[in-house]
Design a protein around this ligand. Structure first.
Ligand SMILES: NC(=O)c1ccc[n+]([C@@H]2O[C@H](COP(=O)([O-])OP(=O)(O)OC[C@H]3O[C@@H](n4cnc5c(N)ncnc54)[C@H](O)[C@@H]3O)[C@@H](O)[C@H]2O)c1
Length: 349
């Protein structure tokens, strides 16, 4: 039987959740509530029930799941109130703004025996599934470097994302996805050091871009970059293993793999560059490498809510766990500290 969901915050992402619920095989959309009356009117004009207040939504016994799609600073109080009202809760990412606030949300879930999770929907991005597959198939040998970038050229959006008081900034907006993806693809490897630098090109109040290096205990270097002043974009993923290299140029593009089938080469013709020659950087003899590409693995983001409903019924473990939320939050806190101090932050996350 479908579970009844209500959405708090009917803006861009609230609209996405509402449409998603209406197309879901496991959800039944019972209503939305937005603090702005005009957003509730818009919902009604689209045939969606809109509550007059948050309290009215919480008091509706039909509502089983509350999804929070408001700006980031109010995720925590809304989640705690909804959990205390006996609802299961999905918070949009970032789940909240600090580990201390996250603990309050987890405490509320535990004392009410309700499911509480975060919508890290980008675990269903085909690109990260391709990276995970590369690792699981051991196709490149041991992976020692991953570079994960998202680039735009419009600066930081001019809405609440540009304001610190609302939990704005690109680390919390996009960095959270890329860090969560890193821990999703390499789950059993503790992060032992974090170094971060923020950009403030179009906005001084919060970061409008960030660069984060995570060093994992295995030695893996995982680089995350979010940019909003990139008029030329770099590839979405660049992955190096000891036996090969993989590249994903852009969202939806096939994964290209070059693997080394024979380390030794009989002869190398040097490249003549403008002011010298180099053998080190000369292309390999084609006979020593294998080059191929394949489409990204398929995925279905409806699996997020399918899993949530099964977790509520106690028949499947919750995919995005409290511990995973804590890890991502602690890494983001280490990023803020690293950017502030200019130092590498030693971690055991
Ligand atoms: N997972 C994703 O792919 C994804 C994508 C975009 C946004 N998000 C997240 O979704 C959340 C919302 O982002 P958005 O782009 O939809 O923002 P938005 O500004 O488009 O919408 C936010 C809405 O929340 C309403 N609101 C503010 N405070 C409220 C309150 N106390 N109670 C009820 N409604 C309130 C606003 O009036 C607005 O309509 C953020 O946490 C953001 O990080 C996630």
């Amino acid at each position: 039987m479908k579970k009844n969901i209500a959405i708090v915050g009917y803006g861009g992402m609230g609209g996405w959740h509402a449409d998603h619920a209406r197309n879901s095989d496991v959800l039944n959309l019972v209503g939305v509530y937005d603090i702005k009356p005009e957003r509730n009117e818009l919902a009604r004009s689209r045939g969606i029930h809109a509550y007059d207040s948050f309290e009215e939504l919480l008091a509706d016994p039909n509502v089983e799941i509350v999804t929070i799609a408001t700006p980031n600073e109010v995720h925590c109080p809304i989640a705690v109130a909804a959990l205390d009202a006996g609802k299961h809760v999905v918070s949009e990412k970032p789940v909240t703004l600090s580990s201390a606030l996250l603990d309050k949300m987890i405490d509320a879930a535990n004392r009410n025996n309700r499911i509480f999770t975060v919508h890290q929907n980008r675990r269903w991005d085909n690109e990260i599934l391709a990276v995970k597959e590369l690792k699981e198939k051991d196709e490149l040998g041991e992976i020692f470097n991953v570079e994960s970038r998202v680039h735009g050229s419009r600066g930081i959006p001019g809405d609440w994302r540009a304001k610190k008081e609302h939990g704005g900034g690109m680390l919390l907006d996009w960095g959270v996805h890329l860090i969560d993806q890193a821990l999703f693809a390499f789950p059993d490897d503790p992060v032992v050091a974090v170094y971060a630098r923020f950009d403030n090109i179009t906005n001084k109040e919060v970061d409008d871009g960030c660069r984060v290096v995570m060093k994992f205990e295995s030695g893996l270097n995982y680089y995350v970059e979010v940019g909003t002043s990139n008029f030329i974009s770099l590839p979405r993923f660049y992955i190096q293993g000891i036996n090969g290299t993989a590249l994903i140029e852009d969202w939806g593009k096939p994964i290209k793999i070059v693997s080394c089938n024979q380390w030794a080469e009989s002869d190398v013709t040097p490249i003549k560059a403008a002011s010298g020659i180099t053998k080190t950087m000369a292309p390999r003899d084609e006979k020593t490498i294998t080059t191929y590409e394949r489409p990204l693995p398929p995925s279905d983001v409806h699996d997020f809510y399918r899993n949530l409903c099964k977790a509520i019924d106690g028949v499947e473990p919750q995919l995005i766990t409290h511990d995973q939320m804590r890890r991502v939050m602690k890494i983001m806190e280490a990023c803020f500290e690293s950017d502030r101090t200019g130092e590498v932050v030693r971690t055991n996350i």
